[in-house]
Write a protein that binds this ligand. Structure first.
Ligand SMILES: [Zn+2]
Length: 319
């Protein structure tokens, strides 16, 4: 523990992880649950989170950048339950070296070591060194080999308050919602219903699993739904279902866009990646090419299975 604390304290003081110049994040209280919205409604690199207080334990659900500005409510947590392993949900973990950390078994390797996170992201060797530097500097990313793996359906009993994990994979292999029954509140993390649409560009991501998770969410019985980014808090079921549908429709829109990209004849993967399916042409980040490639590959595989595209001599074309 002391080694980790020392490591955390020796990190250079970066403006972004602490972001002390920003106002304290907005809070919404639902009984024992405080929903905390990140900067710009939890837009990346920030995210939304919750602090849940029971008789015996206080747990944070995720620890995004804004957790650095929450104060005692977060700093007094003895447990951090990660909805999944991504840097934008872990940028306050370095504050709590003594707290227990829980993460779904399938995301555990990514939380436990730098190599595990690199492999889960599936970034090419060319960009990993720069990405690792960015993760440390901007997110204070600190591997937690002491994290306890949890399973689908696991119940975290905080004393009179229980959080149940519901595995909703696709975004990452171990991506989970956390559900509190007395309030009927579900934190659905990075099924964020944002205008960008679903993200499944990591090595452990899956387009097919994401589709199934979206179907399962439709029948989720919850009065309040909290997303990890952007949308924040839903208490209007009709609005939630409309946004869920628009979000799911993005998947079909990406199929259509890809088919349009193949309209003028066969294309190589490299040329499709260069044109881009999900990111705007002027958006530059270290991961863009790897993520575009993996996203396009998954759509092409699904379209090929439906007989709508074929691959020949390394070129893709419409069937
Ligand atoms: Zn994520």
């Amino acid at each position: 523990m002391t080694g980790r604390r020392a490591a955390a304290q020796s990190l250079p003081i970066m403006a972004q992880p602490l972001a002390q110049d920003l106002p304290p994040p907005t809070r919404h209280v639902f009984g024992p649950i405080t929903v905390i919205l990140g900067h710009k409604s939890g837009k990346y690199p920030d995210a939304n989170m919750m602090v849940v207080t029971g008789r015996d334990s206080r747990a944070a659900v995720d620890a995004p950048l804004c957790s650095n500005r929450v104060g005692a409510d977060f700093d007094g947590c003895d447990l951090v339950i990660l909805s999944h392993v991504h840097e934008d949900h872990m940028a306050g973990l370095h504050r709590l070296p003594q707290a227990a950390v829980a993460v779904h078994r399938l995301d555990w390797p990514a939380a436990a070591s730098w190599e595990g996170y690199r492999d889960a992201l599936g970034l090419s060797e060319a960009v990993w060194p720069a990405m690792r530097k960015k993760l440390a500097a901007e997110f204070a990313f600190t591997p937690r080999a002491d994290a306890a793996p949890y399973e689908d359906g696991h119940v975290f009993d905080l004393g009179g308050v229980r959080l149940t994990a519901m595995l909703l994979p696709g975004h990452t292999a171990g991506h989970c919602a956390l559900i509190e029954e007395t309030q009927g509140l579900a934190f659905i993390a990075d099924i964020d219903l944002s205008g960008f649409g679903p993200y499944y560009g990591d090595a452990t991501s899956s387009l097919q699993d994401f589709r199934s998770s979206l179907e399962r969410l439709e029948s989720l019985d919850a009065r309040t739904i909290v997303t990890g980014h952007h949308r924040g808090i839903y208490t209007d079921r009709a609005r939630f279902l409309a946004d869920l549908k628009a979000y799911r429709d993005k998947l079909d829109a990406r199929d259509d866009k890809l088919l349009a990209m193949l309209a003028d004849g066969p294309r190589s993967m490299a040329s499709l990646v260069a044109e881009r399916l999900i990111y705007p042409p002027d958006y530059e980040e270290l991961w863009v090419e790897d993520v575009e490639r993996r996203t396009i590959e998954q759509h092409l595989a699904a379209l090929a299975a439906e007989g709508r595209v074929v691959a020949e001599n390394g070129l893709w074309s419409r069937a």
